[in-house]
Design a protein around this ligand. Sequence first.
Ligand SMILES: Cc1ncc(COP(=O)(O)O)c(C=O)c1O
Length: 331
Amino acid sequence: MALATMPRVSLCALPTPLQRVRNFEQALGSDSPRIYVKRDDLTGLAMGGNKARKLEYLVADAVVAGATVLITEGAVQSNHARMTAAAAAAAGMKSALVLDTRNGDAVAGNLLLDHLFGAEVHLVAEPAERAEKMLAVAKALSERGETPYLVPTGGSVPIGATGYVRASLELADQLVEAGEAPVRLYAASGSLGTQAGLIVGAAMVSATYEVHGVAVSHASSPMEERCAALCDETAALLGLRQRFSAKDVILHPQFVGEAYGIRTKGGLEAIRLLAQTEGILLDPVYSAKAMSGLIAHVRDHTIRADDAVVFLHTGGSPALFAHGEALLVEA
Ligand SMILES: Cc1ncc(COP(=O)(O)O)c(C=O)c1O
């Protein structure tokens, strides 16, 4: 199926801006490249973020399947879960979320919003308990006469990744308009759907940039292989002939810190620096760790001062409110 004919429901305000952050560049010093932020924190749905683009295709698939309720899973501060609940509301469906409380269970940030969107929330203690609970929730909903649609972790299946193939076309137009040929695009990588979509999209538009994923969690299996497989499946879904291997996937694992969801010093610096130079908010779990990677690569001269780079801002700011004062104390 071609990109143009894939069923899609409109959930986003597009195109999101591509914004050069000159004050931020200045703060990084004379070695800074030109830095453009692709503002997918402003996708428009429920406080924004990358998942909205994936959900445009996933919700369309759910509609085709006759679904009445979207079920998904994540950590208790999952942006994906919050946006799935909002997307369900926008599409006239219900939502059920299975969330693990390994990083706490305060009804704040994304979890607060989940309730506002009317989601049925099921808490479990550990990530490993989520899959079984999802199936149990789906069964219970079916018995109540609902038709559930399971949105896989992070929406990172080919249908969801298609959102970032489409985003790559949008970005290509903006780069032509800006007269820029960036060498790298940085983005936070978790369940890998965003990165896979970006890689397939970059190949489709013959982009000048390499996609650099910054990992936000420690991997239990090689992420490059998993991402390449998702690239292949996404390309196949879209009728593209190109195939991918682990060599096509660039992932930086060294900015995760202790674990998923745990703040890092570099991430907190990135939050403060972008907020105080540009008025743009990052989040401690995803976008700040990705930006800390970009900053490190500017400082160690991996990126040259006369180059341009794009930072895909994937959103996540509601999580800031779940971290509270610690963001100031530890910064
Ligand atoms: C704010 C934010 N950035 C980045 C990501 C990572 O996207 P992906 O799961 O597609 O790798 C997520 C995923 O939850 C997210 O919420």
